[in-house]
Each structure stands twice: as structure tokens, then as C-alpha cells.
Design a protein around this ligand. Sequence first.
Ligand code: DGY
Length: 322
Amino acid sequence: MRILVTRRWPQEVERELQQYGEVTLNEEDEPLSEMQLRAALSDFDIVCPTVTDQLNAQVLASVSDPRTKLLANFGVGVNHIDLQQARQMSIQVTNTPGVLTHATAEIAMALLLMSARRTGEGERHLRAQAWTGWRPTHMLSHQITGGTLGIVGMGRIGIAMARKAHHGFGMSILYYSRSPLDDSIALELGARQVSLEELLSLSQFVSLHCPATPATHHLIDEQALRLMRSDAHLINTARGDVVDEVALVNALKKGEIAGAGLDVYEMEPALSPGLMALENTVLLPHMGSGTSETRIAMGRCAMDNVAAFVQGIPLPNQVEKV
Ligand code: DGY
């Protein structure tokens, strides 16, 4: 089996993967070009891509006789892969769910705290040597304890975020999701399922945890942002294109919402014009799952899918088209 890993993985997992075939690593760790992705599909039985590999319908369809039969994605989000096209070409797709739940919820919580308490702004202020000392009205912000958190997408990560917010900070939880929570979890969190409109208009904090699908593309657009409270903060650790970033920049500029904490962007690593200059944003470089423990677990999870494929047994994390 010829296996390609498109970006560097934690070393121990790269080593462990060698037992399943002849592994090619991307030593430079540069994102693959469209041409390199096409070549990969022709030359390797298994490709282990990640979010920086745009395996869209056009790229996949341009390879008429692919050697690749498995795309073992390193990551839970698979919006960079055209699942329908992959299925038409009999290429199976797997992902790494379950192992990045807490790491991602931690970053969402960090962004919520940073945005609400203006900590990014405060740090910039201090490092710019602009701080003249303590005073009662300096850099006032808003308390999160006891506030209302609206969660969009109540899957594993949404639930983990709700638990941290509710049990750690006494926050009330509203959620918008396709399916209701199990009764026991809803009870534990005192969580109420509401419409998106209700969630946006009632929550001081809105945290996005839904996958990027055609149905969630620009779910938070100009109209949705207008429904939000002027003291609200938007947190996005899901995928950039769930938010219309241009509309978000406008809303932040006009003070229609109070702030945003973002880990993901529509055209990452590029940011929409104007976003970087806004003081009322906290901007992180897509590091939600970025703990050593989690990245090792993600690698092992992707490897388990490779192992199952090599052994001809059912794949543990086959992705179904949503
Ligand atoms: C994920 O697992 O989806 C992370 O965002 C990296 O792609």
C-alpha cells in the first residue's frame, strides 16, 4: 500500500503509520498545490489529507483513473472534500471525530473569555506601553458568569462547551440544533432548544459548533447579525464559511455586536479586509484542536481508519454525506 500524509503529523504517529505500508511524508510541511493533489490521487492507494487540501469536485473529477481508494482525513471537518464526487469515484472518506472535543471547546471558552473581558485588547495596550496604571474606569468589560450562552450545533463539541460554561460559569444555555438533546443532558445543563432567531436575539454569547455544509453556509449573515444583541459576542471555532465574514466586519465596525472571537476564517489563512484592524476581535490561527495530546489522538484515529482499510474490515469513522 502506498500511503501519502499531506502535512506533518506528530512524529510518533508518523512512525506508527509505517507498519501499514510504504509511507510518504511531506517533509517541508507546505500545503500541496492542486497539481500535487491530482498526482497524489493517481499515485497513492491511501491519501491522508487535512483541512488545507482542497479536494473539491473539480480536483477529484480531473483524475480519471484514481489509484486512491481512501481519503483518511486528519481532522473531523471534511468540508474541503467533495463527498459526493468522492463517492461517485468509489473513494471512501474517513475523519477523526470524538478526540478533539475538549481541546476545541477549551479554545471556544478561551475566545469567549477573551472577547468578553477584552483580554487581547488589554495585552496589546500593555505591550504598547500605553498603560498608565490602575483606575476605576479603565478598560471596562462585561462579566460572563451568569450570562446566557447560545450554542449553534449541539454535537459533541457544543455539549462540551455548554458543560464548561454552565458548570464553570453558571451560564444559562440555549441551543439551536437539528435534533434535541437527550433528556438527561438537557436536564443537567438546563438547556433549552430554540429557533436560531430566538437564540440570536436572547444570547449575550453565541458560539458556533455546527459543521460546514451547504445548509450552514453563511448561516450567520447580515440579517442574523442584525438579530444579535448589541452587547453580544460571536465565537467561531467551527468553520469560517458558517459566517459571512464581510457582514461580520461591518457589524463589528458599526457596533451592531460587541465583539467576536474567531479561530477559523472563510478564506484562511487569509482574513477579510478590515478584520485584523478591529480592536473588538480576538483572532486565533485555527488552533482549536492544537494540543499535543489531541493531535496525537487525531493521528492515531486517522491511522485506525488506514489500518482497517488495509485489513479489509469496516472503517471505524466513515463519513456519510450530510
Ligand atoms: C478539524 O478537525 O476539523 C480541525 O478544525 C482541523 O481540520
